[in-house]
Design a protein around this ligand. Structure first.
Ligand code: MN
Ligand code: MN
Length: 438
């Protein structure tokens, strides 16, 4: 069942549309490197497309009608969009889902220290990373510092051409004889992923601060630029990510290289699907969540009740919020849960089984990993329905499993939504080097 390469069938006009869309996508992942930055951008685009804030709709007691568009912002880190359908919601919704968090390094609560005239920020890694990939790269710091007075300071260092960048050192090759004998998992250990942030001491310090003069200088710069003090790190969410913009990759510009494509490539495409949908039969919904990379936990992850609560709110704003109807709406829904899939890499052909692998250019990937761990195991009947919709609309797609059966696999948010009894299938875009900095 060979799937066609989509590049072969595009007209010149369609190719131009593909590249224009690619340009916009590249800009999106260059600008949105944290879940908070994603929600800020999603909200901006949603408002421009006529979506109303659900909190405002509730406060004003507005009754929603077919065609109305609303969004819900969950703590600035996960985001849901809805377009009210013509049919009653209890008949079910059509749902798109993806996640907007990506693997990275987070600052610890008490991060800043000085050792031998160098100042560092201590980190822990978030999500699955090959630690050796994160050294000797230009890095940026993004995030927020919440101050005791209630104000929020937004931080972005390392993205403007004039900005300094941050860095993690590695041992020079000349002295690495012993290090290179270690297993790849241990060549760089988690506690070695400390960010080098300064080497210039602050002059004229009182005697009790003299030994930390480089750290004091870093604190002085942070205070001058952002008005923050060392204690403010306690209530901060600061993320270390690769610095710089996403780029076209390949002489034919057929690929995009950039940070955070898992899973912002699916978030971006889901967003566009919502923005372009008008007057749907069934209520359309798009849910973009945080914390997938660490098990979908927390108030902004898919395991949180916020999605269900918003659906209940929405039903109360349209017909009535009868809890039984809410359960019916969830149970009767269809979902494409999208997350990236592993594209076949000929250099690592051993990790894949060629008949059931995703390939670049062959379209949206449906990942059914029957019986494998973390599987939502989509129903055959639902898959048949999806196939029909795609074929009727000439949408290219392929099916795949993530790697050879004994090699492992990956989870998504699909199984959590399947708990409601709704039909869910894993789908998404194929990527190379998943979870690498670029
Ligand atoms: Mn993912
Ligand atoms: Mn991932």
């Amino acid at each position: 069942m060979e799937r066609k390469n989509a590049w072969k069938k595009y007209t010149e006009e369609e190719k131009a549309a593909v590249f224009a869309y690619g340009d916009e996508y590249r800009q999106f992942i260059s600008d949105c490197k944290t879940e908070r930055e994603c929600v800020t951008e999603l909200k901006k685009r949603a408002i421009a497309a006529g979506f109303q804030d659900m909190e405002a709709v509730i406060a004003k007691g507005i009754t929603l009608r077919a065609g109305d568009r609303v969004f819900a912002d969950n703590k600035g880190k996960s985001f849901a969009m809805y377009i009210i359908g013509q049919k009653p919601m209890e008949e079910g919704m059509n749902i798109l889902g993806a996640h907007i968090d990506s693997p990275r390094l987070d600052l610890k609560q008490n991060p800043l220290y000085e050792d031998t005239d160098l100042a560092y920020l201590d980190t822990h890694y978030y999500g699955g990373v090959k630690k050796y990939q994160w050294v000797t790269l230009p890095l940026a710091m993004h995030g927020v510092v919440a101050k005791k007075d209630g104000s929020i300071v937004e931080i972005s260092i390392g993205e403007d051409a004039e900005d300094p960048v941050l860095y993690i050192t590695d041992l020079l090759i000349h002295l690495s004889g012993k290090q290179l004998q270690k297993k790849a998992a241990e060549v760089i250990e988690g506690e070695m992923l400390d960010i080098l942030i300064g080497s210039r001491p602050l002059a004229e310090l009182p005697d009790d601060s003299k030994k930390d003069a480089v750290k004091q200088n870093v604190l002085k710069i942070l205070n001058e630029k952002y008005g923050i003090e060392e204690e403010d790190f306690l209530s901060a969410e600061l993320e270390i990510v690769p610095a710089g913009k996403a780029r076209d990759c390949g002489l034919d510009r057929s690929m995009v290289i950039g940070y955070g494509q898992d899973d912002r490539v699916c978030a971006f495409t889901s967003l566009f699907a919502m923005l372009e949908t008008e007057n749907p039969e069934r209520t359309s919904c798009c849910i973009l969540v945080d914390k997938e990379e660490i098990g979908s936990v927390g108030a902004t992850g898919m395991h949180s009740r916020f999605f269900e609560d918003y659906v209940a709110e929405l039903m109360a704003l349209t017909e009535d919020g009868n809890p039984l109807k809410v359960r019916r709406a969830l149970r009767n829904s269809y979902m494409l849960s999208s997350d990236v899939s592993a594209a076949f890499d000929p250099l690592y052909a051993d990790a894949f089984e060629k008949k059931n692998t995703a390939y670049f250019g062959r379209g949206l990937v449906f990942t059914g990993s029957r019986g494998k761990n973390n599987s939502n195991d989509a129903n055959a009947e639902y898959i048949a329905k999806v196939r029909q919709v795609l074929d009727n609309n000439e949408v290219g797609f392929q099916t795949a499993e993530m790697g050879r059966v004994d090699l492992g696999g990956g989870g998504t948010i699909a199984y959590i939504m399947a708990n409601y009894g709704m039909n869910v299938i894993d789908s998404g875009v194929a990527v190379l080097s998943m979870h690498a900095p670029y």
